[in-house]
Design a protein around this ligand. Structure first.
Ligand SMILES: Nc1ncnc2c1ncn2[C@@H]1O[C@H](COP(=O)(O)OP(=O)(O)OP(=O)(O)O)[C@@H](O)[C@H]1O
Ligand SMILES: [Mg+2]
Length: 249
């Protein structure tokens, strides 16, 4: 990379994004320029949350020369974000040189690495010093997996960065609790109506397809009580009353 070009890209992630072929929406630009260490993004389906976070992941890797890990409910989804990152790199003129690359990782000659991790906590221990942890579809990631990745920030400079992005999925789990809690998070909310690429016609179609309940989760960012829990809970309750003998017998 040439010095001046490099500096402009390092100073402004939006400049970098454009060189990667992405013209960020206003909220995406704001996120790219934010230096928040802990961020929660509650965003509609198809709003561009994975895309902008992929861009940020690449920027952090290149300009902080650090380790970036991508976590999601499955390795396939994490690898998908890595693929988006490779698309940006392919677009970037005078980009960085790559030392090694596979479907699950990119290593740069400056020592930076981006890893797409599996969706289970058993195989990911032992990774340390992450500059950034990205948790895609965070409301659907097991809390055990999050417990396993958080220590990766422990030895990072300034405590590293963590960005969790998702649509809502029930009133439970790490994301819901963090979003509604009093913890020190930067909270970003992007409804479907904030996204210039999602049309009213498309939303009307989705409402018909998904029904009001799911639509309100996927596009209007409502955390709903988990419907399906009602049935198993009834079964559990029935089993319980069979087991416990009434006291008056
Ligand atoms: N700023 C942008 N300009 C043009 N296209 C964009 C922009 N941001 C995202 N997109 C495109 O919008 C589509 C949805 O983006 P993305 O997959 O990042 O959304 P998402 O919020 O992660 O969606 P999902 O909930 O389905 O995972 C993709 O085709 C992506 O390339
Ligand atoms: Mg996504």
């Amino acid at each position: 990379m040439t010095m001046a070009l490099d500096l402009a890209r390092a100073l402004d992630p939006v400049v970098f994004a454009k060189d990667c072929g992405l013209t960020p929406d206003p909220w995406q630009a704001e996120l790219l320029r934010s230096t928040a260490r802990r961020a929660l993004l509650l965003c509609s389906r198809q709003s561009g949350k994975s895309t902008v976070t992929a861009l940020l992941a690449l920027w952090v890797a290149l300009f902080e020369a650090g380790l970036v890990v991508i976590v999601s409910p499955s390795q396939r989804q994490s690898a998908e974000m890595l693929r988006t990152i490779k698309g940006f790199l392919a677009h970037l003129k005078n980009g960085p040189s790559i030392a090694a690359e596979s479907a699950l990782k990119i290593e740069f000659t400056n020592g930076a690495r981006i890893l797409a991790l599996p969706g289970t906590e058993k195989t990911i221990r032992g990774i340390a010093g992450a500059a950034l942890i990205v948790i895609d579809e965070a409301a659907r990631v097991e809390d055990e997996l999050l417990a396993a990745v958080r220590p990766m920030l422990a030895t990072a400079k300034d405590g590293g960065r963590l960005i969790a992005l998702t649509t809502p999925a029930g009133k439970r789990g790490f994301f819901f609790e963090s979003w509604t809690g009093t913890g020190d998070w930067t909270r970003v909310k992007v409804a479907a109506s904030d996204c210039p690429r999602i049309s009213k016609e498309f939303l009307a179609e989705e409402l018909k397809e998904l029904g009001a309940m799911r639509f309100s989760e996927e596009y209007e960012l409502e955390f709903r009580d988990n419907d399906e829990a009602v049935f198993p809970m009834a079964i559990i309750a029935a089993a319980f009353t069979q087991e416990v003998q009434p006291l008056w017998n």
